[in-house]
Design a protein around this ligand. Structure first.
Ligand code: ADP
Length: 544
């Protein structure tokens, strides 16, 4: 027997309708790419998104078409997302930090028909234009006064383009499983892999993200997503904020310490989110200028592991609660968040930090398990680590055009490629990427734990650990160190520093000193390049 409830498809534009109806005047403040601060609200953003949808419709953009965006977080980019989704087309965010050839490859793979771009990225697109045959029109997110001369095909300034029509338009209507958005993983291996969000998954993810133990958003919040809309679906914020009626502050192109600081205080931001490198810049600025954060209540930190010292600095020096979060593009992206459950509420100081450096516990809508290589589930004891696998309604079931083939196990779980522990209360702790974990004599050594330990040495700027071939143990850890400027470190001193803090058999077999460690477009250590670089490295222990 079926339930007798209304059929109300979960469509993303209903989120903006809700915001415009019940929170019409809630502010959306942006640092525009042209420079000035621009203030608008949900009612006006909806009206302009409707115009955009009508204008796209006039150009023949229809259900299932892809529209690329190369843009910072501003009200115009927000309008673009909703306008695109509102005609049943798919917003396709592109990460401008990728290599230009990668951007071209991704646009061509997605077959984007229109490209909406900020002024910032016009030179990049002008260089690539000959290689982007599917793009029929470039819409530059600016007005006629700021529009430079360009040879980009059918290029128009956004304001004039949407100004050609009014907002008398009805959102398209379709099945809630229709594709809404698209984001490619920065995929360090193989070809580009597109994740295709649906209207349903985006709406459900927004509800999940809003939950009190997740972002805990309400209409009383002012949220600033410093995390770009092109990074993993903006961690859901572009949808969760209007759903809850939270006010938005959009930082535009300036993500440096002073610029972020200014927006946080000027606009009374209560909650914000970004990767650790952004917060490192803010904390340095705060420290150098004796700054304060009187309005900020919570900061969500994820994308890579949040250092313990960062959590401590926010909480102890600025009275801002840190929520360490983990996720991935394939998960829309939230997978777990580190709010404190009652079981840990009694903890303070270092013991509390021990919990907060973990990546948190999954909200409703994310199931998690850890398994060994044979797929056997591992215990939730906070010690045993295994491959982290996830299942849920906002998690990818396959990639666009079937790239990478079948990605779920026989129980429908997606292998995240991360290695983690789970404790008895469901708190997950990432110990490695499965490609990076060092397999020594059948046992696993966490490269991340060794790196974290090594960077604790006062003369170390950056550390990377990779597995190097060993005749007896298969692989043993090699520690690669970038010393701080003008500092010299002796190998033995460093190893002595690590002694006693890890199991004896985890100790790196050798240490090498380099000037630089390679990074990916999203700022993560590029282990593939390092492994290639040290492929023939002979460990001193190899002769034993
Ligand atoms: P990108 O590489 O473009 O940032 P994703 O955001 O999809 O793409 O990256 C997801 C991966 O980032 C995760 O599988 C995990 O390895 C890593 N990651 C994300 N958040 C954290 C975190 N809090 N701690 C450690 N690793 C993290």
């Amino acid at each position: 027997m079926l339930g007798l409830m209304q059929d109300w498809p979960l469509l993303c534009h209903k989120i903006l309708d809700h915001a415009a109806t019940y929170h019409p005047k809630r502010s959306i403040v942006s640092r525009s790419v042209e420079g000035p601060i621009v203030a608008t609200n949900y009612r006006d953003v909806r009206s302009r998104a409707l115009r955009l949808a009508k204008r796209l419709d006039k150009d023949g953009i229809k259900l299932g078409d892809r529209v690329g965006t190369l843009a910072w977080n501003t009200w115009r980019h927000l309008e673009a997302w909703y306008g695109i989704m509102g005609v049943g087309a798919i917003y396709h965010t592109l990460n401008p930090r990728l290599f230009p050839e990668q951007i071209a490859e991704i646009v061509n793979h997605a077959e984007d028909r229109v490209m909406m771009t900020d002024l910032t990225f016009m030179p990049l697109l002008e260089k690539l234009a000959g290689k982007l045959p599917t793009i029929e029109r470039y819409v530059v997110l600016t007005d006629a006064a700021h529009m430079p001369a360009t040879k980009l095909k059918n290029a128009v300034p956004y304001e004039e383009w949407i100004g050609e029509v009014d907002d008398d338009f009805r959102w398209a209507s379709f099945d809630e499983n229709t594709a809404a958005g698209m984001c490619y993983t920065s995929g360090t291996t193989g070809g580009p892999k597109g994740v295709l969000y649906s209207h349903r998954s985006n709406v459900l993810h927004s509800m999940i993200a809003a939950l009190p133990d997740a972002m805990g958003l309400s209409s009383r919040d002012v949220i600033m997503p410093v995390v770009p809309m092109f990074h993993a679906n903006c961690w859901g914020i572009a949808l969760t904020a209007p759903m809850t009626g939270a006010a938005l502050v959009m930082p535009g192109a300036k993500l440096d310490g002073p610029s972020v600081y200014e927006l946080l205080n000027e606009h009374k931001v209560s909650i914000t989110a970004a990767v650790p490198t952004v917060w490192l810049m803010l904390l340095q600025h705060l420290e150098a200028n004796k700054g304060e954060l009187p309005y900020l209540e919570r900061v969500i930190i994820g994308g890579s592991a949040c250092p313990r010292a960062m959590i401590k600095a926010f909480q102890d020096s600025y009275d801002v609660q840190v929520i360490h979060a983990w996720g991935m593009t394939e998960m829309s992206p939230l997978g777990s968040l580190g709010s404190i459950k009652p079981e840990y509420a009694h903890l303070t100081g270092e013991a509390q930090l021990d919990i907060q450096v973990k990546q948190g516990h999954p909200p409703f809508g994310v199931e998690m398990k850890i398994t060994d290589d044979a797929g056997r589930e591992q215990p939730w004891d906070g010690k045993t680590f295994g491959r982290l696998k996830v299942r849920g309604p906002a998690i990818a079931s396959s990639y666009f055009k079937g790239e990478g083939g079948q990605i779920l196990d026989e129980h429908g779980f997606f292998d995240t490629g991360d290695v983690a522990t789970l404790d008895e209360h469901g708190y997950m702790h990432i110990t490695d990427r499965s490609k990076d974990v060092i397999k020594s004599g059948g046992e696993w050594i966490s490269s991340i734990e060794l790196e974290n330990l090594a960077v604790g040495h006062p003369d170390v700027a950056e550390a990377a650990v990779i597995g190097v071939r060993h005749p007896k143990w298969d692989e043993r850890p090699l520690l690669i160190i970038v010393p701080k400027k003008d500092r010299r470190i002796a190998k033995d001193d460093l190893l002595k520093f690590m002694e006693g803090k890890i199991a004896k058999w985890w100790m790196p077999d050798d240490v090498v000193f380099v000037n630089e460690i390679p990074h990916t477009a999203t700022g993560k250590i590029q282990k593939i390049t390092l492994r290639e670089q040290f492929r023939d490295y002979r460990l001193p222990t190899a002769a034993e």
